[in-house]
Ligand binder design. Structure first.
Ligand code: PEP
Ligand code: MG
Length: 887
């Protein structure tokens, strides 16, 4: 049988279905599905994504048979609509749109009103009885087609249009007459010929194939490539092309077009949320040129234009019914596009709506309660990475705020930064580590990189479904859109606020994406509330997951935050962070720079009570949950004084000459400190350091057990072990100290001694190392560094290049390199368990909070992951996803 490339839909019947997303793209599959469930969808057909793949495989040639299939499908559309493509008297016009497997808002190109030429426009005049409408549609088509298909600079035609309006002394497009538009079509075509040396195609067939080619071509345009890279979409998925008969929302005041979400995409509230425009084409709503009106009264603000509910009550009611049909059918919040032509409602699109993290959680929990989905589906509905948005601070309600403008609350969260007016500059500034707010009149797909780099986005024009709003929401960035209070002046690099005050490039502003407020200066923030729907969802999450989640925390405050976020213990307490505190760094330096054991012991005696105090605080906060404390790890040079005045004051305390101290500092300098005198190498050469730390840990534990009735099993962790004998010797020392402290306190305290696996040799010999270790914690930061031979401190200079140019799919310090470093982790687990089946296994590198890495950790059978406190909920959710994806 010949391959099938084209799938028809129309009049309640469709060859495709929602399950065929990979083949028909999201839009095509949903048009088919909507048609099949009886919704009013204009007839059309979808050219499959396979054609796109073949097209690129075969040097931009279409597969054989495609022309014939397109022709016969077009005939079916003609028959159904009772019109004919290219017919002078009764012409069929079509739209041509892209539609990839995953929705890519604004990334691909759309052409409307295709099939118009100097002859068919007469047919449209006859059909509609409206010459002005017909020529307006024609000029829109010429503008769109010449831009998207022919590569004409759209500004050039805009310019002619502006000129025309000036000539005629009018301000709005709507003030132009049929005659004006007719004349403009001619002028546009002349300009196109002059600029491109090519005629605008009159032949509808040529137009159709030009448009199809442009959609496939746009799959490889720079914007699409950037979007795919940012969203991890493979290039070989390809896009489908949807060809559909046109319906018009701009044929008069009984026509309209709109977009809606079946629930509020910002908050998740269960009411019908949408915007529409009377007498307009779909692009007018999304482009933000006219300010859209609300579809219903529920969210109508004073001063809003009349709602569709009042203006077109019958169509509104029909739309409300469709909303409930769609939600029952898709069991998810839908993002829909509709058009009303002469009082008749048509559905143009439905897809699962993009939403904020807050909305994702509310919708998932509500839909479970409404019986639409089960708990398992609800948990899978929330992407772990998305939670990040919720776990970050919002503006402190008690803080003083100088609100200078107000726009639409397009994407929640709060952000402060320097005002920057263009995407390239925003990206460059962010690379320098500056926090920026991108301010634009409106955004377009060309601004994606700047939006990505910015902390927040502010636009002067556009609604809640404008490009800026949709994209920011997807990125989880705060966004205030449609802020008509501000006037942006790109040339002067400034905007004026609602009082006429000037805000210049580089000035700091704060955005509140939840209220739409624009505030002058920096505003303090507060931590998020983690109860309500979030709490409910996390309860379900914890019921599903098997992998435990701990936190990396070094002080009582972080430990408390970690527990509030649901951490089941501490997987890594880096003791050196305590060493840096102002009241102890001097003693630490003294310890390092002492020439003899006696000097070191004297300094260590000063540190001991402070360390013990830290451990008491942490144990208390963790209320008996496991706590892994790592003995001193970093190279000593990190602690050394650099400034002259610090060296002088230290020399004084230690009673040595400045010169002597300087030469000691010089002596301790290392060429490659990350591979130098650090980790257990320090513990072996200066055993008194680890002795002091073990003593502090055990005294803290014994005291709490004895005086406050705690149950504590400290886990003492030895870093950077490469050979088993390092661990053996340090373990013997540690046991000696532990037993000594226990005997002194006269209490029973169990403890574990284990190691980090963070060097390839440790992973390769994990079976030997396990003979001396009661637990392993994979230190994947160092393990990545040493496996790649890639310095953690220097990688920033070139690693972004590797990721941007595709040499590496992702930064291996962010997401675990599963094929390389991951193999060492897997081997470490297997070898460790082969010697000691009950060995406790965890991970404490940064990867412990990265969703994909967490799923990997689940698969290789770790007992827990440990990550920064704010990422604990992300890891919990990822761990639940890991289980649910197994089934
Ligand atoms: C690691 O190496 O993964 C680790 C957790 O330790 P640190 O980042 O402190 O070197
Ligand atoms: Mg390490």
């Amino acid at each position: 049988m010949a391959a099938k490339y084209v799938y028809f839909f129309g009049d309640g019947k469709a060859e495709g279905s929602a399950e065929m997303k990979n083949l028909l793209g999201g839009k095509g599959a949903n048009l088919a599905e909507m048609t099949a469930i009886g919704l009013p969808v204009p007839a059309g057909f979808t050219i499959s994504t396979e054609v796109c793949t073949e097209f690129y495989k075969n040097d931009r040639q279409y597969p054989a048979g495609l022309t014939h299939e397109v022709a016969s499908n077009l005939k079916m559309v003609e028959d159904l609509m009772g019109k004919k493509f290219g017919d002078p008297a009764n012409p069929l016009l079509v739209s041509v749109r892209s539609g990839a497997r995953a929705s890519m808002p604004g990334m691909m190109d759309t052409i409307l009103n295709l099939g118009l030429n100097d002859t068919t426009v007469q047919g449209i005049i006859a059909q509609s009885g409206d010459e002005r409408f017909a020529y307006d549609a024609y000029r829109r088509f010429v503008q769109m087609y010449s831009d998207v298909v022919m590569g004409m600079d759209k500004e050039a035609l805009e310019h002619i249009l502006e000129h025309k309006k000036e000539d005629r002394g009018v301000r709005l497009d709507t003030d132009l007459t049929a005659e004006d538009w007719k004349e403009l079509v001619g002028k546009f075509k002349t300009k196109i010929r002059e600029t491109l040396g090519q005629e605008f195609p009159e032949d509808p067939q040529e137009q159709l194939w030009g448009a199809i080619g442009a959609v496939f071509g746009s799959w490889m345009n720079a914007r699409a490539i950037t979007y795919r890279r940012l969203n991890n979409i493979p290039a070989d998925w390809g896009t489908a092309v949807n060809v559909q008969s046109m319906v018009f929302g701009n044929m008069g005041n009984d026509c309209a077009t709109g977009v809606a979400f079946t629930r509020d995409p910002s908050t998740g509230e269960n009411y019908f949320y949408g915007e529409y425009l009377v007498n307009a084409q779909g692009e007018d709503v999304v482009a933000g040129i006219r300010t859209p009106q609300p579809i219903n009264k529920a969210k109508k603000k004073d001063g809003d234009l009349p709602a569709m509910e009042d203006v077109m009550p019958d169509c509104y009611q029909q739309l409300v019914n469709i909303r409930s049909i769609l939600e029952k059918h898709y069991k998810d919040m839908q993002d829909i596009e509709f058009t009303i032509e002469k009082g008749k409602l048509y559905m143009l699109q439905t897809r699962n709506g993009k939403r904020t993290a807050k909305a994702a959680i509310k919708i998932a929990v509500d839909m479970e309660k409404e019986g639409l989905i089960d708990e398992r589906t609800a948990v899978l509905r929330v992407a772990p990475s998305q939670l990040d948005q919720l776990l970050h601070p919002s503006l402190d309600p008690k803080a003083e705020k100088k609100v200078i403008a107000k726009g639409l609350p397009a994407s929640p969260g709060a952000a402060s930064g320097e005002v920057i007016f263009n995407a390239d500059e925003a990206e460059a500034a962010a690379k320098l580590g500056l926090k920026v707010i991108l301010v634009r009149v409106e955004t377009s797909p060309e601004d994606i990189h700047g939006m990505h780099a910015a902390q927040g986005i502010l636009t002067a024009r556009g609604g809640m479904t404008s490009h800026a709003a949709v994209v920011a929401r997807g990125m989880g960035k705060c966004c205030v859109a449609g802020c008509g209070d501000i006037k942006v002046n790109y040339a002067a690099n400034q905007f004026t606020d609602r009082n006429g005050n000037i805000v210049k490039k580089g000035d700091i502003i704060t955005l509140d994406g939840s209220t739409g407020e624009v505030i002058l200066g920096m505003v303090p923030t507060v931590s998020p509330e983690l109860t309500g729907d979030f709490g409910t969802l996390m309860e379900w999450v914890d019921r599903f997951r098997r992998l435990k989640v701990r936190a990396n925390a070094d002080n009582p405050h972080d430990s408390k935050v970690a527990r509030e976020f649901g951490a089941q213990g501490i997987g890594l307490c880096r003791t050196e962070h305590m060493f840096f505190e102002a009241d102890r760094i001097a003693a630490v330096r003294e310890m390092i720079l002492s020439e003899d054991l006696e000097g070191r012991q004297r300094a260590l005696a000063k540190i001991l009570p402070m360390q013990k105090g830290d451990f008491v605080g942490i144990f208390r906060e963790m209320k008996g949950l496991p706590v892994t404390i790592r003995l001193l790890d970093p190279p000593l040079h990190e602690f050394l004084p650099q400034e002259e005045k610090d060296i002088e004051s230290l020399a004084k305390t230690m009673g040595v000459s400045i010169q002597a101290l300087k030469s000691k500092v010089e002596f301790l300098h290392e060429f490659n400190p990350m591979l130098g005198h650090r980790g257990c190498r320090l513990g072996l050469t200066f055993p008194e350091i680890y002795d002091m730390q073990v003593q502090a840990i055990m005294e803290a534990a014994c005291e709490l057990v004895k005086d406050e009735g705690f149950t504590i099993v400290p886990e003492i962790m030895i870093p950077l072990v490469a050979v088993v004998d390092e661990l053996k010797r340090l373990r013997e020392n540690a046991i000696r100290i532990c037993e000594d402290v226990i005997a002194r306190y006269g209490v029973k305290v169990d403890y574990l001694i284990g190691t980090m696996i963070e060097l390839p040799r440790a992973a390769l010999t994990a079976d030997e190392i396990a003979t001396e270790a009661e637990f392993f914690s994979f230190g994947t930061n160092d393990l990545t560094q040493t496996t790649f031979g890639l310095s953690r401190d220097d990688a920033g200079k070139f690693l972004p290049f590797y990721v941007e140019t595709g040499l590496l799919e992702e930064d291996p310090f962010v997401s675990l390199d599963q094929n390389g470093v991951g193999l060492l982790v897997k081997m470490g687990c297997e070898k460790g368990r082969s010697t000691r089946p009950e060995i406790k296994l965890g991970i404490c590198g940064e990867h412990g909070g990265d969703p994909a890495s967490v799923i990997f950790c689940h698969k290789v059978g770790l007992d827990y992951v440990s990550c920064s406190p704010f990422r604990v909920p992300i890891a919990r959710l990822a761990a639940a996803h890991a289980v649910l994806m197994e089934q």
